[in-house]
Design a protein around this ligand. Structure first.
Ligand SMILES: Nc1nc2c(ncn2[C@@H]2O[C@H](COP(=O)(O)OP(=O)(O)O)[C@@H](O)[C@H]2O)c(=O)[nH]1
Ligand SMILES: [Mg+2]
Length: 233
């Protein structure tokens, strides 16, 4: 079974359209799947909205966190709650194209982590040229400083078997924001795990607003990369 984990914070505007797409694509590909929304008590009522819109759809579940907040710990919660042996992590705003799901799932049987990547041939980003190039540059820094041969460590569109987590030091990976993915990939590669990048083109958000505070996160991400280099965690 595949568990598609969707962390949400104030994503009411676009979430049901995205879940509808995921369900249609997963069904067409004959996947045994569930969609697991992990919402941090969004003030816009994302969780209630999803519950209402999909009350007749048993494949869609909502987990609400009342006390904790933050992207990486929400993802960790989703992995813990997931019923599938395979986990796919996606943005809940529509940035990540669910059309890639069946291929990612198939490839995750052969590889330890499959990344939906903007920076391999065929990949890209429709949303913002600035974000595209800034993320590109930061990925080069990650490659140089950490020696990772991965083109898009910051994509956030990931598929892996849940047993992968048995080999990882989860509390030392799942904190912070999107930088958790750098820690995850770094640990996997250090353990000689195999990573596959599949090209994907980021789409526009379906609604709501981005939570990435770009300039603030830049320093956090930078600190995370050097911390990994110097301390290995
Ligand atoms: N549960 C949870 N989800 C979050 C949090 N912050 C961001 N997200 C979700 O993480 C995903 C990535 O954030 P997004 O705003 O799309 O960032 P961007 O794609 O870099 O602009 C989205 O699905 C957000 O709803 C959080 O604190 N808690
Ligand atoms: Mg997004």
């Amino acid at each position: 079974m595949v568990s598609v984990v969707l962390p949400t914070y104030d994503e009411r505007d676009g979430i049901s359209e995205l879940i509808g797409e995921i369900v249609a694509i997963a069904r067409a590909a004959h996947l045994d799947f569930e969609v697991l929304v992990v919402d941090d008590g969004s003030p816009d009522g994302t969780a209630e909205h999803v519950r209402e819109a999909f009350h007749a759809e048993p494949a869609v579940r909502v987990h609400v966190r009342r006390t904790e907040r933050g992207l990486a710990t929400a993802i960790w919660r989703g992995i813990v709650e997931a019923r599938g042996d395979l986990v796919v992590i996606m943005d809940s705003d529509g940035n990540h194209d669910p059309a890639l799901l069946p291929l990612m799932v198939r490839c995750a049987e052969e590889f330890d982590v499959v990344v939906g990547s903007r920076y391999v041939l065929g990949g890209g980003m429709l949303t913002s040229a600035f974000r595209y190039w800034a993320s590109y540059a930061f990925n080069i820094l990650i490659r140089v400083v950490l020696g990772l041969r991965i083109h898009d460590s910051l994509s956030g569109y990931l598929a892996f078997r849940r047993t992968l987590l048995d080999r990882l030091d989860a509390p030392r990976v799942f904190y912070g924001y999107g930088d958790y993915a750098v820690r995850l990939l770094y640990q996997v590669v250090r353990q000689r795990g195999r990573v596959l990048e599949i090209p994907t083109v980021y789409r526009f958000r379906k609604g709501g607003e981005s939570k990435t505070r770009f300039f603030a996160y830049f320093w956090t991400y930078l600190a995370s990369v050097f911390r990994l280099r110097l301390l290995g965690r």
